[in-house]
Design a protein around this ligand. Structure first.
Ligand code: NAP
Ligand code: MG
Length: 398
């Protein structure tokens, strides 16, 4: 069979555990038979990150900057348990945090909707997309243990050498302290990315912070969004027939669960981390959530929102064929291929990406699914398959 051509390589970032196992099968069964797949491969499996002192993570982010589009498998974020398990030299930082810090930008997370899976929030009729700011705050914070009594201050040493100081706390006994930051430029590109996404998808934009408590920090986010809206997007939003709506995070959370869905909810880094897990589980399954990092320099990284599905991996190691859902991983590939097609003007490749997504959706809509979805399916599933048979079923439709 004649294979579909590619021009520019995709940056392929391999990962860990069960998602690494599925990654290989997806390529073998769903991509390589149809596409003359060109990728530049980076192995971000935990052992290789450790062997390269995490250089490979930085290189993969730089490759995305160079080529424009990357597709990433889920990776383990090291903790002390993982350090023992993988015999690591040191506690490696989160690869996603490293890549996001290099690319900056905003992560958009959108559930994959299928007819048989009804959201547990019954009022939701359309997907809620989360736009998560991907730079700074607690993900790039400095933390310190305070051993005992003493004063902790914020010190800003200006370029001209003058200082500004402010007391954080006067400790009477031991405790903890954390310092975090963000940058006006990063917040501006976050705002622009969100307005552009909302206008492109013709869905309203909601934004929320805790500016009543954090008047300077969260207040800056609110002000920048307002300025960007007034100066750059007000007319474009009106032309697209969509609104911009700001509210306090507490109010937003309450409104979201009573809403009909169908909007983009822009969230600060931590809010987006937590709320996207809430949206994903309420929309069906974490395995049905896609994620794309859009950087202000115009580069894109596609991934699944879920992790490495650790417990399934241990069962697979014991010889079990697990029923792990590959949908979001497949959509990471289709999203990346579709973007590559758009940038390189490759109609066949773009068509293929759409067919791949349709093959996944039609399989599930016909009642053929993995175990995580079987519990949620209404009507009940016709067949529950392991990941291998499920991918074969998609391949046969493709
Ligand atoms: P997880 O891998 O997302 O899995 C949590 C649970 O969600 C699983 O135990 C499973 O539930 C269910 N699940 C998630 N994806 C699924 C799928 N594709 N098919 C079926 N069920 C699925 O999160 P975790 O267990 O908290 O984290 C595991 C590792 O992933 C950690 O080392 C973490 O650092 C890493 N992680 C990486 C990323 C990333 O690279 N983007 C994101 C999050 C976490 P059942 O066990 O009930 O079947
Ligand atoms: Mg999370």
């Amino acid at each position: 069979m004649l294979k579909i051509n590619m021009k520019t390589p995709l940056v392929e970032i391999d990962g860990d555990e069960m998602t690494r196992v599925l990654w290989e099968i997806i390529k073998e069964k769903l991509l390589i038979p149809f596409i003359d797949l060109k990728t530049e491969y980076y192995d971000l499996g935990l052992s290789n990150r450790d062997n390269t002192n995490d250089e490979v993570t930085v290189q993969s982010a730089q490759a995305i900057k160079k080529y424009g589009v990357g597709v990433k498998c889920a990776t383990i974020t090291a903790n002390t348990a993982r350090q023992k398990e993988y015999n690591l030299k040191y506690l490696l930082p989160s690869p996603n945090a490293t890549i996001r810090a290099i690319l900056d930008g905003t992560v958009f997370r959108k559930p994959i909707s299928v007819n048989r899976i009804k959201p547990s929030v019954i009022t939701w009729k359309s997907p809620i997309v989360i736009g998560r700011h991907a730079y700074g705050d607690v993900y790039k914070a400095a933390e310190m243990e305070i051993e005992g009594p003493g004063k902790v201050e914020l010190v800003y040493t200006k370029a001209d050498g003058t200082e500004r100081r402010m007391e954080i706390a006067n400790f009477k006994s031991s405790g903890i302290v954390q310092g975090m930051h963000n940058l006006d430029e990063s917040i501006k590109s976050f705002a622009r990315a969100c307005f552009l996404y909302a206008i492109n998808e013709k869905i309203p934009l909601w934004f929320s912070t805790k500016d009543t408590i954090s008047k300077i920090y969260d207040g800056r986010f609110k002000t920048i969004f307002e300025e960007i809206y007034e100066n750059e997007f007000k007319e474009k939003c009106a032309a697209a027939g969509i609104d911009y709506f700001y509210t306090l995070i507490d109010d937003a959370v309450a409104r979201v669960v009573k809403s009909k869905g169908g909007f983009l909810w822009a969230c600060k880094n931590y809010d987006g981390d937590v709320q996207s897990d809430m949206i994903a589980s309420a929309a069906g399954s974490l395995a049905m959530m896609t994620s794309v990092l859009v950087s202000p320099s115009g580069v894109f990284e596609y991934e699944a929102a879920h992790g490495t599905v650790q417990q399934h991996y241990y069962r697979w190691q014991k010889g079990e064929k697990t029923s792990t859902n590959p949908a979001a991983l497949i959509f990471a590939w289709s999203g990346a291929l579709s973007k590559r097609a758009e940038l390189d003007n490759l109609g066949d490749l773009g068509d293929f990406a759409q067919r791949l997504e349709k093959a996944v959706l039609s399989t599930i809509d016909d009642g053929i699914m993995t175990g995580d979805l079987a519990k949620l399916s209404d009507p009940p599933p016709a067949k529950i398959l392991d990941s291998w048979d499920f991918i074969d079923e998609i391949a046969s439709r493709l």
